[in-house]
Design a protein around this ligand. Sequence first.
Ligand SMILES: Cc1cc2nc3c(=O)[nH]c(=O)nc-3n(C[C@H](O)[C@H](O)[C@H](O)COP(=O)(O)O)c2cc1C
Length: 168
Amino acid sequence: MNVSDAIRSRRSVRKYKNDTVPDGHIRLILEAAMAAPSACNTRPWEFVVVTNEDARKKLAQVHPFAKHAAHSPAVVVICALPETQGRVADGFFPQDCGAAAQNILLQAAELGYGTCWCGVYPKEKLIDAVREALDIRSLPFCLITLGLPDEAPAARGFYEEAKVRFIR
Ligand SMILES: Cc1cc2nc3c(=O)[nH]c(=O)nc-3n(C[C@H](O)[C@H](O)[C@H](O)COP(=O)(O)O)c2cc1C
């Protein structure tokens, strides 16, 4: 699958098969995340890969919109490290972590996996709950559920002419 197809066919998947995600694929997915651009190349992120069933169930309990975490073979938690950004890049971590998240979705799509990005930051209650559930010291930014899809939502990309203005 090329990048263009991955972008256009990707949909959020919330039903997964039980198959575990091999470590080699997790590695490729994390490499893709860490290949994302970041302000001043500060790379203000770290990743917690959760396959443990009890931990996934905890995430599903504390995140009202991530119930599917209990049934996805893996959950990648992107955590931000805002304090590592320094003066020039200060405040850009949401964009940096967002770019890493999108790279994960696209790399996973190429490998045949389904994903669902579940937002955490900037919701303080969710941040605290995810932190506590997984004993995370950094700033939980989002959860990405991951696994072989057991549903196939149709591609639905659409172009909205009204949202584009050219200055030529
Ligand atoms: C910042 C962000 C937060 C999101 N949070 C959730 C969430 O908590 N739970 C969920 O099921 N989907 C979540 N989504 C997925 C969106 O609902 C989904 O991307 C959107 O409806 C478009 O559908 P698609 O991904 O299938 O194209 C989130 C997506 C983003 C980008």
